[in-house]
Design a protein. Structure first.
Length: 337
């Protein structure tokens, strides 16, 4: 079965062709980072308009690189939520119209389910059940995953997601947008112990997160520092990254202990962070658990992960969506839908 995956939930237009036997045949991605950089964040209307411009050429390019035609596509998977409503509508309307024209089933996919299943596109693949840490610009969650569509929320952020905290810290340090890669890069040049930031909810007794207090601590440090030298920026960045990584690692290990599971999957944009990967690798090895991370190109939003989630739903017996369609800008992954 060949599935065409379409991702337009935020500021990246992703398209991929996935074959159930041969894996990813081809994929294409356009990032809107440069367009949004001057605004310090994503402008929803600009994002939607750019998806309209990019989607059809990316589909044509993907088909060409795969040496395939639309008639060979057996099903279409589209991101239906969560995300920016206008951006979601672009991909959903395109995918459903194409499915109607071709007479092919269209499967609505949860964006974070795509991230959760993205490690299945790499080797080695994790076996069910496992715990998943989903860390991105809009989500920080721990999920117990017992199989396709069988997810239970263990903990989540009560305010800012980890990715949001990275972006806001980058703004405070004058590093521009997007913030995650820039903060991580200069953190490597920082001095250990130069700043001490809190580890929010580290001892809360549950598996929830909070990063707003950490963001406030960075703001206070920046104000107290006065004029920021490059070294002070690096020192603050290092202290911030160490705090985020320590909280994510501790909560992840606690989730393994609570569930009794020995496999941890880490996905989402923040999972590309090398400091986080190194710390998780070290600590999972220490407790005798396995760690699975998607390759960096599958950490950001992409069409391949949506095709993967769509394929999994089809193989589990899901039918195509009805002719009428809608999107769900706010959609809980564990609500059974």
């Amino acid at each position: 079965m060949i599935v065409l995956g379409i991702e337009t939930s935020c500021d990246e237009t992703g398209v991929a062709l996935l074959d159930s036997e041969r894996g990813v045949l081809a994929q294409a991605l356009h990032s809107q980072v440069e367009m949004h950089r001057d605004y310090g964040g994503v402008v929803p209307e600009l994002a939607s308009r750019d998806h309209v411009r990019r989607l059809l050429p990316l589909v044509q390019r993907t088909l060409s690189e795969a040496g395939a035609t639309l008639e060979q596509v057996d099903a279409i998977a589209v991101t239906a939520g969560p995300g920016l409503v206008g951006a979601l509508l672009v991909g959903a309307s395109f995918g459903h119209a194409l499915g109607y024209a071709l007479g092919r089933p269209v499967v609505d996919v949860h964006h974070m389910e795509g991230h959760l299943l993205s490690p299945l596109l790499a080797e080695p693949k994790p076996q069910f059940p496992f715990v998943a840490l989903l860390a991105s610009g809009g989500h920080t969650q721990l999920m117990r995953v017992d199989g396709f569509g069988r997810y239970r929320l263990l903990g989540e952020t009560k305010d800012d997601a980890a990715g949001e905290a990275f972006d806001k810290t980058a703004q405070l340090l004058g590093l521009g947008y997007p913030g995650g890669p820039a903060v991580s890069r200069i953190a490597e040049l920082g001095n250990a112990g130069a700043f001490a930031f809190p580890r929010p909810m580290q001892h809360s007794g549950d598996l929830n997160f909070s990063f707003s207090g950490l963001k406030t601590a960075v703001l206070t440090a920046v104000r107290n520092a006065g004029e920021l030298s490059e070294q002070v920026r690096a020192d603050i960045a290092r202290a911030f990254v160490e705090a985020v990584v320590e909280v994510l690692v501790r909560k992840s290990l606690a989730s393994l202990a609570e569930t009794g599971l020995r496999r941890l999957v880490v996905a989402g944009g923040v999972s590309a962070n090398q400091q986080l990967r190194q710390a998780l690798k070290r600590e999972t090895q220490r407790v005798g658990a396995e760690l699975f991370c998607p390759p960096p190109e599958l950490c950001t939003d992409n069409g391949a992960m949506i095709a993967m989630a769509g394929l999994a739903r089809l193989q589990a017996g899901a039918g195509g969506a009805p002719l009428g369609f809608g999107v769900r800008p706010r959609w809980s992954l564990d609500d059974g839908s």
